[in-house]
Structure formats: structure tokens, C-alpha cells
Design a protein around this ligand. Sequence first.
Ligand code: ATP
Ligand code: MG
Length: 137
Amino acid sequence: MSERTLSLIKPDAVGKNKIGAILSRFEGAGLRVVAAQMLLLSPQRAREFYAVHKERPFYESLVAFMTSGPVMAQVLEGANAVEKNRELMGATDPAQAAPGTIRADFAENVEANAVHGSDSPETARAEIRFFFPDLAE
Ligand code: ATP
Ligand code: MG
């Protein structure tokens, strides 16, 4: 069954000119980009997006990183899109990420780790609304 997920190319990967290389990974795996927008998050929006981590010691540093430059937000659609995207991304820490994954190939460290992907279909719906409130479901 077709599914949608929210993907972000984070400021480190945008700065390294890797937008096209990363979008190619999604397309090559059969995921379709059905909406996309490049934007600069405000600190308030970044805090809201990562609110689930607000008690973690790295929260303010994460917000500073996520607002350090533009991000590319896209909605990916395809069979098992949430899980497939997480597989393509690899582990949060690039040192732990499997060879050939986006984070293994493009991430700097556990914070500046190239991409975000929704972690469940429920989270995906909320995160898609966060970036694309006008997108029909
Ligand atoms: P994301 O939610 O961005 O897709 P994830 O689900 O793999 O990543 P989370 O545990 O949700 O990982 O952490 C959210 C983000 O917070 C990470 O992607 C990373 O940018 C940052 N982060 C996670 N752990 C650490 C840490 N120990 N130190 C610094 N930053 C961290
Ligand atoms: Mg997460």
C-alpha cells in the first residue's frame, strides 16, 4: 500500500551541495517526491519540530544546527515509504550507519547527520502537515 513520509535534507548536506545526490537515492529506491520546499527554519519552528527532544541535553544545539542554513523539505510517496526512507537514511550516528546509506555517505556526526525522516506513519502525517499544511491527503 502506498504511504507518505516527511523527509528533510538538513543544513549540513544542503551546504555540501548534496540535495541532488540525496534526492537521487530516494528516486532510485522507488520513492516519489510529491511536494518539496526549500526554507530557513526559525528557532521557534525548529524547537516546535523537535519538541519531542526538548528535555534532551542536545536540544538547544540541535535547534542551532537546524537553523544554521536552509533545509530542503520533501514529501516522499511509495510502498512502505516511512520504513524505506529510514533504511535509506541509516542510523542516527553516521559512525553506526550501514555502508551505502545516506548518513554513512554524507553525514558529519550524530548531530549534523544530513537527513531527517518521519519515524512512523502517525508522525509522518503530523510532520507533513507541519511543512505542507495545504497538501491534500
Ligand atoms: P531524525 O529525527 O532527525 O530523523 P533520528 O530519528 O535518527 O533523526 P532522533 O533520536 O529522533 O534521531 O534525534 C533527532 C536528531 O537529533 C538527530 O537526527 C540528530 O540531528 C540529533 N541528535 C540525536 N542524538 C544526538 C546526540 N546524542 N547529540 C547531538 N545531536 C543528536
Ligand atoms: Mg527522530
